[in-house]
Design a binder for this molecule. Structure first.
Ligand code: 5AD
Ligand code: SF4
Length: 441
């Protein structure tokens, strides 16, 4: 048998890209490729890119520049750009960086093997269509190899919300939900390969409305279907929009034992004036009431959020509204960003907040969030949690896993294997993780 060719994929950005990279690797497996951990010696390099903020997009070009040497050493090396930068900039990428042989947008990954073949005959290949055919259906066969116990599964893509700052509706397109039966087949297949925890992914995952046997199904409906799969122990989903947090989903948080008590529910800002300008279609009060309802259903749920500071026209008073909201909610985790103007979005036309001021707000917000996160984490000490072991730790016998609240937990002398679920008593809270001992030990 001929030696397999080597594919190096570097993934930027969100978890959807992590999932897509896996699927691309599998598709290229059918074209004689296996993945490698290093760009050196690869026959093909693929950057799966993110366009959400300017810095993320610029990283791609500096990374591409670094491949110049590799390409002169090996003229047969093919370099491809996938993901949201590919979608947003298309041919411009090849103009700016002639090293690039292939540009493929997120909706065209099933065409990757055929595009790669075209580059082998000296062509440049570009595909940033939003084709009618379902890329996941075309990518459907997943190899049977064993894999880690926690997996991502994309159930929904795209977004119709058009927040004024966001490129997603342009790069990922309109909201599309995958049919229920395909998701269940993929989930069962993952479980057969050793997966015990599945995180359902979508840019607007709780807007899920995939075709089921009796008409469209909600995300809660899908979760209850997944709940019936033996061997699947944990279900998560991300990212949710506050306006799509339906009653049946809130209820599922109270009644579905496999649904983990963690919810990523971005609010972006705590100021009604800014939320309106962001076109978020919810306000501060409706968000806070929603949080109350979710906590009534599942009191121990850990909430996580996204925040943007320095959105055009944000004043210090608006920013204080965000800080107050954070105080009121108490997040166990949060991601915060300085506003980054994205070409083609409505907010890109507006006057920017002074950069030093925006940086200062980000600093203050992150300090508050870090304190909250730590307080929430510290309160775990003395409690018993369940941990799914994902990998061995640095020390002999030590295992590393995640609690139901998504905290990283180290357990010394765990006497456990990767994929085991264990009850663990938390004994210490560190900078970024918890340590525990097996309960009863
Ligand atoms: N500038 C800064 N942050 C942004 N996000 C999305 N677009 C922008 C932008 N233009 C953030 C939002 C979103 C997260 C994925 O990225 O907080 O929830
Ligand atoms: Fe972007 Fe999320 Fe708003 Fe959609 S809901 S436009 S993905 S920030």
């Amino acid at each position: 048998m001929a030696d397999k060719k080597k594919l190096f994929i570097k993934t930027y950005g969100c978890q959807m890209n992590v999932y897509d990279s896996e699927r691309m690797a599998e598709a290229m497996g059918g074209a004689g490729y296996e993945t490698t951990d290093s760009a050196e010696g690869a026959d093909m390099i693929l950057l799966n890119t993110c366009h959400i903020r300017e810095k993320a997009a610029e990283k791609v070009y500096s990374e591409l520049g670094r491949f110049k040497g590799l390409k002169s050493e090996n003229p047969d090396l093919k370099i491809g750009v996938a993901g949201c930068v590919a979608q947003a900039e298309g041919e411009e990428i090849m103009r700016r960086q002639p090293l690039v042989d292939l540009v493929v947008g997120p909706q065209s990954y099933h065409r990757l093997p055929e595009m790669e073949a075209r580059t082998r005959s000296g062509e440049k290949a570009l595909d940033t269509d939003f084709p009618e055919e379902d890329k996941f259906e075309k990518l459907k066969s997943r190899p049977k190899a064993k894999r880690g116990p926690a997996a991502f599964l994309t159930v929904q893509e795209g977004c119709d919300k058009f927040c004024a700052f966001c490129v997603v509706p342009y790069t990922r397109g309109a909201e599309v939900s995958r049919p229920v039966d395909r998701i269940l087949t993929e989930a069962r297949d993952l479980v057969e390969r050793g997966v015990r925890e599945i995180t359902l992914l979508g840019q607007n995952v709780n807007a899920y409305h995939g075709a089921g046997p009796k008409g469209d199904m909600t995300l809660a409906g899908l979760i209850w279907e997944l709940d019936r799969i033996d061997g699947l122990e944990r279900i998560r989903f991300t990212t949710s929009h506050p306006n799509d947090m339906m009653d049946d989903l809130i209820e599922a948080h109270g009644s579905c034992a496999k649904l983990m008590p963690y919810l990523h529910l971005p609010v972006q800002s705590g100021s009604d004036r800014i939320l309106k300008r962001m076109n978020r279609s919810h306000d501060r009060d409706s968000y806070l009431r929603l949080v109350e309802r979710i906590r009534a259903a599942r009191p121990d749920i850990l909430l996580s959020g996204d925040f943007i500071v320095g959105f055009p026209e944000e004043t210090e008073a608006d920013f204080q509204d965000t800080m107050d909201l954070i105080q009121e909610v108490e997040y166990g985790q949060a991601f915060s960003f300085k506003y980054s103007s994205r070409p083609g979005t409505p907010a890109a036309e507006r006057a920017l907040v002074d950069d030093a001021e925006a940086s200062d707000r980000l600093y203050r917000l992150q300090a508050l969030i870090t304190r909250q996160q730590r307080a929430v984490q510290d309160r775990m000490v003395g409690r018993e949690v369940s941990v799914l072991f994902e990998k061995p730790g640095r020390f002999d016998g030590q295992m590393l896993g995640k609690s139901e609240y998504l905290h990283a937990v180290h357990v010394a002398d765990a006497g456990a294997r990767v994929g085991d679920l264990a009850r663990v008593r938390i004994v210490e809270s560190g900078a970024n993780s918890l340590s525990g001992v097996l309960a009863g030990a």
